[in-house]
Design a protein around this ligand. Structure first.
Ligand code: M6R
Length: 613
């Protein structure tokens, strides 16, 4: 969603800000802006559309120099929530008197009451945003101490925020704070950066401090002091980001999505590296920090997540029940706390999130912990809020995922869930030999993915044939049911084609009414248990004239007589088949979206990290 970057130091400020904003573009946005402190005055430039528009405007404005010293600035990419995407609504926002400039991620729930109060004190507003209320409130509460004014204002806010504020009366300072929306401080030498995401900083420094909720930091070019909301100093650890800035470059690929699809042999390899132990036929997942006694005493598992991570959880449900004998359900994180989940003393809650910042998943983690359940997380972003709040879990090590459409995070999530189920299974029911069979399969995943990726041009040809269709169904059973959901989700989010993932047997209970020759059906007919039944379902579709594209196992000749086109995947067991099938469907969606000329990495209306409810 929105992105924040701030810079204070001796390098060119606007370059650092633009560079940071460009690295945050993947989060999704519709306008961008920056404020610079020049000669103790705040100068602000805002533009709707791409950050390049802002870049061009800033370059033009300062082509003859800035006319003074500038060491401090803040910038923002906005994804509209309160108010349309216009320059007035774009951040930074200034208070009525022009003393402070502020950028904000999140939503202020009581902004109307605060606005009424400020209006009664003579304040006027230019935008329709909740953010402008915060900066005016800071100005209203200001009594010579910048930090205290921000702290006092934050005490009055209800809702979520990550903010960065500068003041013309206090050049050389940026105040940042968070509640429910991430803020990270990057520690340089004679320079400091702040951001909503480490990608904004990683070109400058790898040493970072993640703020906790209700932390407020006073950042100077050579010092960072952190306090809690009651203004008591607190200490936060410095972490080292293990990403290479090169990992967040396109490296010659047309889109990040294609790059990330092709990275999957390596990302899964990194995810499983050092985590399989053939001596004991199990997985070693240190971060879970869970004893065999705790596993054997686990009565049930609830997996909670959103979007693609939720779908990975659906595959995990099969793993935990098949391999570890533990009743498992998957709960949409957005519903988790509202349906008052039944959690027993020995229930385990597994929260899955690529970003580790998704608001609904974070709320589910808090609800589960509040009800006394054990919580573990599966996150990709190291140091993210969900990972920190869960306290224990497994990092995916997929590397930075930039494309809004999640690809490599999904396959790593499924690989980690399989390792977890193997570990739990070995404690509960699997013999060492049975464990080693699964371990062998896990080890073979990267090679199988490489094999599949070699057939991408064949998938592209099939995609070209169907690129003009306006509706698709994806059907599957058992382990392939979640794969059908994920295939449909990928297609709709990047191509804007209506696509529905359905259980193959459910089709005839209603949606079959929609089938005709204009509605292709992608049928997941892998050679694993359930295939015969899927063939029956394919015939039901053909009888309604729908063209059927099968995903089928290499060497399966029988399938040819039932379908128009076949996407082949290497032969594997049912445990690995969802991973390979989803990768084939990622490519299918990618090529269709590319043929239709879509903005694949930044699809309309979507954000990479959804930090609002
Ligand atoms: O960062 P998270 O895994 O928590 O994100 C959850 C969803 O927002 C995310 O998977 C979304 O559905 C993707 N755009 C799907 O490609």
């Amino acid at each position: 969603m929105c992105g924040i970057v701030g810079y204070i130091g001796e390098h060119n400020v606007e370059d650092a800000l633009i560079n940071g904003l460009k690295r945050l573009e993947y989060r999704g946005y519709d306008s961008a802006g920056m404020s610079l402190l020049i000669n103790d005055k705040i100068e602000t430039v805002k533009k709707i559309g791409k950050t390049q528009n802002l870049h061009d405007a800033v370059t033009k404005k300062y082509s003859g120099g800035k006319g003074g010293v500038c060491t401090t600035g803040i910038a923002h990419t906005r994804w509209a929530t309160h108010g349309m995407p216009t320059e007035e609504n774009a951040h930074p926002h200034l208070d009525m008197n022009g003393n402070f400039a502020l950028v904000h991620n999140g939503i202020i729930e009581n902004y109307k009451n605060l606005k009424d109060k400020l209006v009664s004190h003579g304040y006027t507003f230019k935008s329709g945003t909740d953010t402008e209320v915060i900066v005016n409130l800071i100005d209203y509460l200001y009594e010579k101490d910048f930090f205290k004014a921000v702290a006092a204002a934050l005490k009055e806010l209800h809702g979520t925020f990550g903010i960065a504020v500068i003041s013309k009366r206090h050049p050389g300072n940026i105040v940042v704070a968070r509640r429910g929306s991430p803020i990270v401080v990057g520690l340089g030498t004679n320079e400091m950066l702040v951001g909503s995401d480490v990608s904004a900083l990683v070109a400058y420094t790898r040493r970072v401090i993640y703020l906790n909720d209700d932390d407020i930091a006073m950042v100077k070019k050579d010092d960072v002091q952190i306090y809690n909301i009651d203004e008591v100093p607190v200490t936060r650890e410095t972490a080292l980001v293990d990403w290479d800035p090169g990992e967040i470059e396109k490296s010659g690929y047309k889109h990040f999505m294609l790059k990330e699809i092709e990275e999957q042999p390596d990302s899964v390899r990194n995810s499983i590296r050092g985590r399989i132990d053939f001596k004991t036929g199990t997985a070693i997942l240190q971060g879970l920090n869970i004893t065999p006694k705790e596993v054997s005493g686990t009565t049930d598992i609830t997996i909670t997540a959103c979007g693609t991570s939720y779908i990975a959880g659906l595959v995990g449900e099969y793993y935990f029940e098949d391999l570890a004998d533990i009743p498992t359900e998957v709960a949409q994180a957005a519903e988790f706390r509202y349906r008052n989940p039944i959690l027993k003393p020995n229930s385990l809650v597994v929260a899955i999130s690529q970003s580790g910042e998704t608001a609904d998943t974070l709320a589910a983690v808090r609800e589960a912990a509040g009800k006394g359940a054990s919580v573990v997380s599966l996150c990709n972003v190291v140091g993210s809020t969900i990972a920190r709040e869960a306290g224990r879990g497994v990092y995916l090590h997929a590397g930075p995922e930039i494309s809004v459409a999640s690809t490599k995070a999904f396959t790593c999530q499924v690989a980690v869930l399989l390792m977890m189920a193997l570990k739990f299974g070995r404690i509960n029911r699997l013999s060492i030999d049975a464990g080693n069979l699964i371990a062998d399969e896990i080890e073979s995943i990267p090679e199988m993915i490489s094999k599949l990726l070699k057939t991408k041009s064949e998938i592209e040809k099939i995609a070209e044939k169907y690129a003009a269709a306006e509706d698709f169904f994806y059907i599957g059973r058992g382990y392939m049911y979640p794969a059908a959901l994920e295939g449909a989700l990928k297609l709709k989010e990047i191509s804007y084609i209506h696509a529905e993932g359905y259980h193959a047997a459910e089709l005839k209970h209603g949606p079959i009414a929609l089938l005709d020759e204009k509605v292709p059906v992608v049928a997941l007919a892998n050679d694993i248990p359930g295939k015969d039944k899927v063939i029956g379902n394919i015939q039901e579709c053909r009888a309604r004239k729908s063209p059927v594209i099968a995903v089928a196992t290499e060497g399966d000749e029988e399938i040819k007589e039932y379908v128009e086109d076949i996407i082949r995947v290497p032969k594997t067991s049912k445990y690995i088949a969802p991973i390979l099938t989803v990768i084939a469907l990622q490519l299918f969606a990618y090529y269709i979206a590319d043929k239709r000329g879509r903005d694949i990495d930044k699809p309309r209306n979507l954000a990479k990290s959804v930090t609002v409810e």
